[in-house]
Design a protein around this ligand. Structure first.
Ligand code: WTA
Length: 667
């Protein structure tokens, strides 16, 4: 790795930030990075030392095998150690750290009239009550609990209550459809579902979004449904839930308020093994079926805690705000666990960036004097559309560091974020990572790394990236290829729930000895890494990863559709959007009604985030002679790129012309 000497415009860390920073300059980063790779044992042991261990580790800090030809893939962190996540992120601060009265969260509801402050002591008390409620319901160590909630404090309370009693939480983003929820409940075999709803009339309640089919369907296996009364009925995706009514079943349904009231606020934590699962979080798989990514207690604690501290250069008087939803990994790692492990004060926001007005984000930053702000490129692009005016009304001088996550950020959005939001004063940390990596893996450190807009810059401590070509050969210097990692770090996923084989095939089969991210990557002459996007059949819409296969499967459920192929097309705000080709069955007619029906179908099956932007009639799809759909060509048709290159492998090249001619109707 070289100290950057580029001619292009670099953004250097502000001196005021460097004065008091954990990693104050690039050289310190290099020294620490070297230590983390040369002596990971000492590096991670030092990180572990600040946490509470009921029993110390008997094994090394990290053991692993990444080579399928040598046996099963595994990662093991701190074998023999016993601890509890919840104890470390709450009790430790309240009992040992005297942070009981410190604010853990400023909750800001969707409506500006709804807000609340929660201290560490209050949070601990709520969590213990909830832990006792879950125990009362028969939830035991290792059992899975599904959680389907908007961004309300009860979501954090429930996840920590699970962690406290050793139950494995499986949070499903509240913007997913009931079918998606049901699929995830069944895969995780959860018997308890925690959700939100309001009483409509005697014996009927509306559940937040529609879990009607899920709860009533026996096969989902849910025997207890813990329901939080929630008046504000909107979620981030804007879906309103009062249209769906569920009969109250007293055998199954319990009001949160009623059981919490009588529940004792002390609960001994369950002492877990370092490698016990902490949670399952589903992420899209390229086959279309979501994969239950499993993270474990000790490694995830060490990694989310350390990345949070260094990447946001956390200090005790910070007010930190991550706008992600807890239904995604960003919320798990950088709203709940990372910040709480550091005793941080965070803003927890239920609403949308532009509701009730387009200055909502800036209003909240001013209100709470937010110092560190973490959002997604799609939100930045959305807010850019409204210009600088909405920002001018608010005082944003508290901001020190800005972050982005979820997709590559285009330099134009980066500069707007830096200049307009950060007033040229705040470094932008472009953090690259995945549900699977548990925490940041390529990222700048705000006081250390000179920035280039659009680059996630360098690896975090303990992370060793490499770029490979199609044959698995490692490429040196300036290059582009597959982004892989040579070694684990404590927070990397351990397996796919109930499917070790899929885990090994997905991430380790292609290049033995490496974890394969599925992303393309370029390294420039200064050693900076630039993510170029997914190289598998995955799409990134507004920072939400989804597979083409799952959208195709939803389209094909329609009785008129015989075949479907989905590709991405660039979108100004969402980054990418869905462009769908559908081949209809004989005698079926392509018309506006069908297009609307298909959009609705996808929304119902997957959720509003997967709603297609374009649906085009495709009398036939371009295929190879072996029958494989050539997505490269479909992508070019979707983008109206006429220069198609070599079409010789196509079974019937005429198909392409037809699709181009019909294009105008679609767009
Ligand atoms: C993409 C989200 C470029 C990438 C934390 C990755 C990014 C996928 C960045 C994971 C970034 C995430 N620059 N691309 N800073 N961050 N990605 O699992 O394609 O929802 O593989 O985790 O998002 O999405 P996931």
């Amino acid at each position: 790795m070289v100290v950057p000497e580029s001619q292009e415009k670099m953004y250097y860390p502000p001196v005021e930030l460097q004065r008091n920073a954990h990693v104050p300059d690039f050289n310190s980063y290099l020294v620490m990075y070297k230590k983390s790779l040369e002596n990971p044992e000492a590096f991670w042991r030092e990180v572990a030392d600040e946490f509470f261990w009921k029993k110390p580790a008997t094994g090394p800090m990290l053991q692993h095998n990444f080579d399928m030809t040598k046996g099963n893939i595994f990662v093991n962190c701190m074998e023999g150690a016993k601890t509890n996540m919840c104890y470390n992120v709450l009790d430790r601060h309240v009992k040992e750290g005297k942070l009981g009265e410190k604010v853990a969260y400023y909750w800001e509801g969707n409506s500006p009239d709804h807000h609340m402050t929660i201290t560490y002591r209050q949070l601990l008390s709520h969590v213990c009550r909830c832990a006792n409620v879950l125990k009362q319901m028969g939830v035991k160590r290792g059992d899975r609990v599904s959680i389907y909630l908007p961004m309300i404090p009860e979501l954090i309370v429930t996840m920590l209550a699970c962690a406290r009693i050793g139950a494995v939480h499986s949070i499903v983003f509240a913007g997913f459809s009931s079918e998606s929820l049901c699929e995830r409940i069944m895969d995780a075999q959860s018997s308890v579902l925690v959700t939100a709803g309001k009483l409509l009339q005697h014996q009927t309640y509306a559940i937040c979004l529609d879990v009607t089919c899920c709860c009533t369907r026996r096969s989902s296996g849910v025997t207890t449904c813990l329901v939080i009364k929630h008046q504000a009925q909107r979620t981030r995706t804007g879906t309103s839930c009062n249209k769906l009514q569920t009969p109250w079943e007293s055998e199954r349904d319990v009001w949160w308020d009623e059981v919490m009231r009588d529940s004792p606020d002390e609960c001994e934590p369950e002492w877990m093994d370092a490698e016990d699962p902490l949670f399952i979080l589903y992420t899209s798989g390229s086959t279309g079926k979501p994969k239950g990514v499993v993270h474990t207690v000790a490694g995830y604690l060490l990694y989310t805690s350390l990345t949070f501290r260094y990447v946001f250069d956390h200090h005790p008087d910070d007010v930190y705000w991550c706008t992600a939803d807890i239904g995604w990994i960003t919320g798990h790692s950088y709203i709940t666990y990372g910040p709480l492990a550091n005793g941080a004060t965070s803003v927890l926001f239920e609403g949308l960036p532009v509701h009730p007005h387009v200055g909502r984000f800036w209003e909240i930053i001013e209100k709470y004097k937010v110092t560190k702000f973490y959002t997604a490129p799609t939100a930045i692009r959305l807010l850019m559309k409204y210009g600088q005016e909405p920002l001018r009304k608010y005082d944003l001088s508290s901001l020190r560091i800005l972050g982005t996550v979820g997709e590559p950020i285009n330099p134009e959005a980066w500069r707007w974020y830096h200049e307009v939001v950060g007033q040229g004063r705040c470094p932008v940390v472009d953090t690259f990572w995945q549900t699977e990596t548990g925490g940041h893996v390529l990222t700048p450190l705000p006081a250390a790394t000179p920035l280039k807009p659009g680059s996630a810059t360098f690896p975090f401590f303990g992370v060793e990236p490499a770029i490979l070509n199609e044959h698995g050969e490692e490429l040196e210097g300036v290059t582009e290829g597959y982004l892989v990692f040579r070694k684990p770090w404590p927070g990397i996923m351990r397996t796919i729930y109930k499917n070790q084989e899929l885990f090994e095939n997905t991430y380790f089969r292609k290049f033995p000895g490496f974890y394969v991210t599925g992303d393309g990557c370029r390294r420039d002459k200064d050693g900076y890494y630039w993510i170029t996007g997914r190289i598998d059949d995955m799409l990134n819409v507004s920072g939400h990863l989804m597979s083409t296969a799952e959208v195709e499967a939803a389209l094909m459920l329609h009785q008129s559709v015989s075949e479907a192929a989905v590709v991405s097309r660039p979108h100004k705000v969402k980054g990418e959007c869905l462009y769908c080709f559908v081949t209809l069955k004989d005698s079926k007619e392509f018309n506006c009604k069908l297009v609307e029906d298909l959009k609705r179908l996808v929304r119902e099956k997957i959720g509003p985030i997967a709603t297609p932007d374009f649906i085009q009639n495709a009398p036939a799809l371009p295929k190879t002679r072996s029958g494989k759909i050539m997505r490269r060509i479909l992508r070019q048709i979707a983008r109206n790129e006429k220069d198609l290159g070599d079409l010789s492998t196509l079974a019937d090249p005429k198909v392409v012309e037809v699709l181009f001619n019909q294009r105008s109707e679609a767009a």
